[in-house]
Design a protein around this ligand. Structure first.
Ligand SMILES: Nc1nc2c(c(=O)[nH]1)N[C@H]1C(S)=C(S)[C@@H](COP(=O)(O)OP(=O)(O)OC[C@H]3O[C@@H](n4cnc5c(N)ncnc54)[C@H](O)[C@@H]3O)O[C@H]1N2
Ligand code: MOO
Length: 417
């Protein structure tokens, strides 16, 4: 439902050295062959045509081999003025272009040498001489559109002489956090702890910036979600933090829809008198797709669409916001960036029991790893409802309602990285 009707990603040229992790926006066709010239694959000798009688030979060059007289040496990167006539050869190095007249190349380990003469035990097959275009033919398609550029792909582009490459634009994700209790840890309002008044018992300090200061918490979701957006290939535009105020949110979301490809909000998704996300989405012209999901955490998720632009209101609760971001926002961001949207999921064996069944479909922070006998997964310890519960997780266990499988049983995991 979320992926339908999204805007097509834009395209941009980037320098090769800045292209790692980007997605090719068009198929790449080789402008020329690779290798661009025939070359030796070994250090050895380039041989001219053999002759039956090589004439006078130095003593000690024994054996049943064919004899050649050496005319010179061909290092890589050189263009020596040698032509091999019958019965002659040249020493050659790996990567060098064989001289004119070469019919075969032989590695130096197979050859006996005495002065300017070599003895070759039978003509080796041609596999030490690589023809021009052996790896890539001119005009051949070497990379398909949609390919994610990694070291090998970038290396191939460089080998073919490309200096820049056409990739999809990174989708612009406008990130809005709402909550009147939020304090930016990098902001001017100061630290929660520095101005802690004397007399407030240790353990209840956080939240006090003065005797009568309102109880605040740091806006951690902004940093959490910004990192998740970047990891999905998106570019973050910051909108927040916004107060729990409908007019303020409407103003902010209106500009977000102009600036961004996706509006990602967190907080105010609960449906209470102080939660304005759904109302703000509607006020800026959004058609609401849903306001709740049958999953935990992440029950409080709001989605709305305005033309090609999507608005996602994630829960304020930090781990719920991150789960919803992984399951719902990440596929959208990936699709907007020309990537395969679906998360990687597969079955894995539990190493420990699930503590209890849940009423709703649940997603549990977990660590998945490959073992000698397939994938296994360990649920992380339960913690009070904050982001700390997700530390160390590389996967979520997708737990069907009413089930609590034990060790050795198979569950479905969703990989996060
Ligand atoms: N009576 C009910 N109350 C609640 C229900 C419910 O079903 N019935 N659902 C709970 C669930 S589940 C969630 S999730 C939240 C929905 O919350 P909101 O999206 O409205 O989020 P807030 O109320 O704004 O915040 C919840 C919690 O998270 C903290 N928060 C919010 N934003 C941030 C941020 N940017 N960085 C760090 N922490 C943040 C906020 O201070 C609250 O403590 O509603 C439950 N209630
Ligand atoms: O429904 Mo909340 O979004 O699970 O924590």
């Amino acid at each position: 439902m979320l992926l339908a009707g999204l805007k097509q990603p834009g395209r941009v040229k980037v320098k090769l050295e800045e292209s790692a992790g980007r997605v090719l926006a068009a198929a790449v066709t080789a402008p020329g062959p690779f290798p661009p010239f025939p070359r030796s694959l070994v250090d050895g000798y380039a041989l001219g045509p053999p002759v039956a009688d090589p004439g006078t030979l130095p003593t000690g060059l024994a054996g049943p081999g064919v004899i050649y007289r050496l005319l010179g040496t061909v290092p890589a990167g050189s263009n020596p003025d040698i032509t091999l006539s019958p019965g002659t050869a040249a020493a050659i190095f790996t990567g060098a272009r064989p001289p004119a007249g070469t019919v075969a190349i032989v590695p130096r380990e197979l050859v006996g040498r005495r002065g300017d003469f070599i003895s070759v035990p039978g003509l080796p097959p041609g596999r030490y001489l690589e023809l021009a275009g052996a790896e890539v033919g001119a005009g051949e398609e070497v990379l398909a559109a949609g390919t994610t550029l990694g070291p090998a792909e970038i290396g191939l582009l460089a080998a073919l002489g490309f200096r820049e490459v056409l990739v999809y634009q990174r989708p612009r994700v406008v990130l809005a956090t709402s909550g009147s209790e939020l304090l930016d840890p990098a902001g001017k309002a100061g630290s929660l702890l520095k101005s802690n008044p004397a007399g407030i018992p240790a353990g209840s300090q956080a939240g006090y910036r003065g005797v009568n200061a309102p109880p605040c918490i740091y806006n951690s979701n902004f940093y959490t979600l910004a990192a998740a957006v970047e990891a999905a290939g998106g570019r973050v535009i910051s909108l927040g933090p916004l107060a729990d105020n409908l007019e303020e949110q409407v103003r902010a979301y209106r500009s977000a829809l102009e600036e961004g490809d996706l509006l990602l909000a967190t907080g105010g998704a609960g449906g209470s008198a102080c939660d304005f996300t759904a109302a703000a989405f509607t006020r800026v012209g959004g058609e609401v797709l849903f306001t709740e999901l049958n999953i935990r955490p992440g029950r409080r998720v709001i989605a709305a669409r305005s033309g090609e632009k999507l608005m996602l209101g994630l829960p304020g609760n930090p781990p719920a916001a991150l789960v919803a971001c992984y399951l719902l926002a990440r596929p959208v961001i990936r699709a907007l960036g020309g990537r395969e949207p679906a998360p990687v999921t597969f079955p894995a064996r539990l190493t420990a029991a699930i503590d209890r069944p849940r009423v709703e479909r649940a997603f549990l922070w977990a660590q998945a790893r490959a073992s000698g006998s397939g994938w296994e997964v360990t649920p992380l310890p339960r913690r009070p409802g904050g982001i700390r519960a997700a530390i160390g997780a590389n996967a979520l266990i997708d737990l069907p309602p009413g089930t609590a499988p034990g060790p050795g049983e198979e569950v479905t995991v969703v990989m996060l990285s």
